[in-house]
Design a protein around this ligand. Sequence first.
Ligand code: C2E
Ligand code: CA
Ligand code: CA
Ligand code: CA
Length: 275
Amino acid sequence: AKEQGRNRLVHYTAGMETQARERRELEIDLRRGLGNGEFELLYQPQVDIETGAIACYEALVRWNHPTRGTILPGSFIDMAEETGLIVPLGQWVIRAATEAAGRWPDDVRVAVNLSPAQLRDPGLLPCVIQAMASAGLSANRLELEITESVLLEDTEDNLATLHRLRDLGLRISLDDFGTGYSSLNYLRNFPFDKIKIDRCFIEGIEERGDCQAIVSAMITLAEDLGMVITAEGVETVEQLERLRLHGCRQIQGYLVARPLSAALLDAHLGLVNEA
Ligand code: C2E
Ligand code: CA
Ligand code: CA
Ligand code: CA
């Protein structure tokens, strides 16, 4: 048993070393990829259930790695956040998303995900202002999606930054709503323009009474607070019908569209010149 325990320990340590090495390699690779233009934005629509009108496209980053293929944000955003690389990556995302949206019809907005480290970065406001100016995009067409984690630390500073962004005319959305610890308190602390119901509640909305009750309460709450509500991760017609029943107006998910490449999106919007 002792022998076994020791082996297990050795194994564990080796595992941790491998992990640490992999992280260092990922960091170097991320830095290189950023300089190399290996990142791309895909765009997923948020649509009005009743009219089918596209309110907004959410920008979702992808890493087109030269040897590893396409890497999803779930595999590198945390590392980018820990190393601070999220700041230059995030600034690239803001510039690329505003530039793309500058070519879209005036009633279509773009939503960008913002990490906690980006909100703490003093360069964020100048970056946003510059990006909107050079893209010719008015502030009311840019939405920033943040999660509750942003409001967990440095609350005062982060709130001040959010207020400044909002004063500029940007919209602020609360992402992944319902997955944090004290969601309702955040709704009192900041006047969000939109809340996005996390996919985990939508997943269970057909079979589970508790999910239905929670979703229904969230929709009523958002309405009473004068916020737009978007249901995330809608995959089936049954989910859509449930949401409609509960009075939800806006949805995002595979049922409507997968995240689309910028080129595909331009073609959909009729912006591509045939010649
Ligand atoms: P998120 O902001 O909650 O984005 C929604 C995620 O759900 C996206 O995953 C999207 O592709 C996926 N999704 C959309 N509809 C459906 C559906 O019907 N079913 C299922 N199963 N999934 C759906 P993705 O693109 O892999 O992004 C994952 C997370 O990475 C995002 O979650 C966001 O937190 C983060 N992220 C993505 N792009 C950026 C970025 O530019 N900056 C930062 N800071 N974070 C980003
Ligand atoms: Ca969005
Ligand atoms: Ca989001
Ligand atoms: Ca989300």
